[in-house]
Design a protein around this ligand. Sequence first.
Ligand SMILES: [Fe+2]
Ligand SMILES: [Fe+2]
Length: 230
Amino acid sequence: MPTQQQVETIEEFRDMPKEFQDAVRKIVVSHAVNELYGAQVFDEPAIALAPDPYAKWLTCRVAMEEYGHHVRFKELGTELGVEPKAMTPENKTPLSIFEFPLRSWTEFCVIKLLADLGEILQVEDLIQCSFHPLRNLARMTMPEERFHAQFGKDFCMDLCSTETGRQGVQDAIDRYFPILPAFFGKSKSQNNEIFRKWGIKQRRNEEMREDYLIQARKVVEGLGLHLPTL
Ligand SMILES: [Fe+2]
Ligand SMILES: [Fe+2]
C-alpha cells in the first residue's frame, strides 16, 4: 500500500522509520558520489579538450556546477547522518556510465547530450519527492542539468556542420549510447519499490528507461543522426 506522507524537515526525517531513512540516504549518497566522479572524469578534463576560449569558459561553468551538485548533496547527506567519506567514489562504486574513457571534445559533447538528458529524468522524478529537503535540492539542480544537456546539443550541432564532424558525433554516439540504458537501474528493482512505496521516487526504473529511449532518439534524430541498435 503506498504511503505518501510528506516529510518536510530534517527533524521530521529523524522520526521516520528506518526503511524511509535508509532509502533517502541511499539516493543522496548515490547523487553525491556520481556527481563528484562525473566532474572528475568528464567535466574537469574536458576543459583542456575544449577547442577555444568560449568553449572552455562554458565547460568551466559545467564543471563548476557538477562539483556544486556534489557539494550540495554531500551537505544534505551529512545532515542526514552519513559519514563524509561514504560519499566519495573511493568508498562507493560510481555508475558504469563513467567508465567510458574520455579522449575527445566530441565525446564530451555527446556525453553531455545523452548522459545529462538521463540526469534530467532522474532529477525530474525527485521534484515530487515526499522528503522536501531532497525535493528542494532537485528543484535547484534542475535548471543546471537542463543547461548541460543544452550545452551538449548546441556543441553537437556545431560539430555536425561539417561532414567529418558529423561522422565523429555519430561515432561517439555509437560507442557511448549502449552503456546508457543501465543508468536507470535494474528492472523490477527492490530498492525502487521501496522508493515508490514512500513517495521518494515516482516512477519505476523501466518506465524511466523507456521514456529516456524515446527522448534520446528524438534529440539524436533532431541532429540528423541515429541511435545504434542495442
Ligand atoms: Fe549534475
Ligand atoms: Fe549535469
